[in-house]
Design a protein around this ligand. Structure first.
Ligand SMILES: Cc1ncc(COP(=O)(O)O)c(C=O)c1O
Length: 363
């Protein structure tokens, strides 16, 4: 019988997730899939259902719904001081995985080298190879899982087209420091290399580590494509909503490829993700229609290491501090009361609160 599978796929095994999910069915414990512990916020689920009911069921633009691109640009400004033009510098992707594939496929020519830190997230090397590129691994050495600067420099050459960075890093948990990123930035500029930065875990960082966006380092805005998404931050990995931020020319390249492949990400789920951004914006904006009495009678229990039994003080009004330094604020949107809770580790959560109910979270 003839082999139908194209040679370019022949060398790949099933992804680690396929393997682990199959074993999980057999043994009942899943040690593979990175499914978040928290539920997708109820308000975000409701917004996606509402988008379907309201008829947002047709193709979205190739680059994504403009309102969501605006929210993504706003997020980049607030968290990183990064100025982004939503019209030309943002693309909504079908998850970060698709963003990685599309980015590599759009820029890597056959024979180009791509520097990548190992151990790597499992789709990196297959995506580089499918694009015709040659992966050049740089090891993150145990026990601290940091790279050796000499090894990193040695990996760069005139053949290097791109560097694929993942910070915070899966699977080691390494959060690249500003000094490490500065060295990476210098090498990218010296060798005229594009950085593709997978920052899908940007909001899952524990003190004292701090996430630094590579694109915000001097000289990197024009040569970095930052990838992130809603899956991990909003606990909706199955929705497949990610995004890419970077120079306009790269988005033109992505659009050329994606118009003939995925075309666009799911329309109603883009609106679902947007609802989280809208909720956060309303909370930040002073929440004029906040029902403070409803919020203050609710109790929040938050577990985050030493932070326990966080409870908004009864006197707290619109924006308050819980008795353990967790900040919370609330807003009423479309008759739902939404609360944002941020703990000192930098992690935060937007959720729906009910009056006089007890809510428990692990942040
Ligand atoms: C480093 C890294 N990048 C990307 C992804 C996938 O993101 P998405 O589900 O948005 O495709 C994962 C998922 O575990 C990951 O660990």
């Amino acid at each position: 019988m003839r082999q139908w599978m194209a040679g370019r796929l022949g060398g790949f095994r099933d992804s680690v997730f396929e393997e682990m999910n199959a074993l999980a069915e057999q043994y009942g414990v899943n040690l593979g899939s990175g499914t978040p512990d928290l539920e997708t916020p109820a308000a975000v689920q409701a917004a996606a259902a509402e988008a379907v009911a309201r008829g947002r069921n047709q193709y979205a633009p190739v680059r994504g719904e403009m309102v969501l691109r605006e929210a993504i640009a706003d997020h980049a400004r607030r968290f990183y001081g990064q100025e982004v033009d939503p019209a030309s510098e943002v693309t909504v992707t079908s998850g970060v995985t698709e963003g990685i594939y599309a980015a590599l496929f759009s820029v890597v020519e056959p024979g180009d080298e791509v520097v990548v830190f190992e151990p790597f997230y499992d789709c990196y090397v297959p995506s580089i190879r499918m694009a015709g590129g040659i992966p050049v691994p740089v090891t993150l050495h145990a026990p601290a899982f940091r790279f050796d600067p000499r090894e990193l420099r040695a990996a760069f050459s005139s053949r290097t087209k791109a560097l694929l960075l993942n910070t915070p890093h899966n699977p080691t948990g390494t959060v690249f420091s500003r000094d490490e990123l500065t060295l990476i930035a210098e090498l990218c500029q010296e060798f005229d290399v594009l950085a593709i930065a997978d920052e899908v875990y940007e909001h899952i960082v524990f003190e004292p580590a701090m996430h630094v966006r590579l694109a915000t380092l001097p000289g990197m805005g024009e040569r970095t494509l930052t990838l992130s998404g809603a899956g991990k931050t909003l606990s909706c990995t199955g929705w497949r909503i990610g995004w890419a931020i970077g120079p306009a020319a790269l988005h033109d390249a992505l659009a050329r490829l994606r118009q003939f492949t995925v075309f666009s990400a799911s329309t109603p789920l883009q609106w679902g993700v947007l609802s989280a951004a809208a909720a956060e914006a309303a909370i930040r904006g002073g929440s004029s229609n906040l029902s403070s009495s409803a919020l203050t009678t609710a109790t929040f229990r938050i577990s985050a290491g030493r932070l326990r039994n966080a409870r908004p003080s009864p006197a707290a009004s619109r924006m308050g501090k819980t008795n353990t330094q967790n900040r919370w604020s609330g807003s009423r949107i479309n008759s739902r009361i939404l609360v944002r809770i941020s703990c000192t580790s930098g992690r935060s959560l937007i959720t729906q609160a009910a009056p006089r109910q007890r809510h428990e979270y692990v942040l």
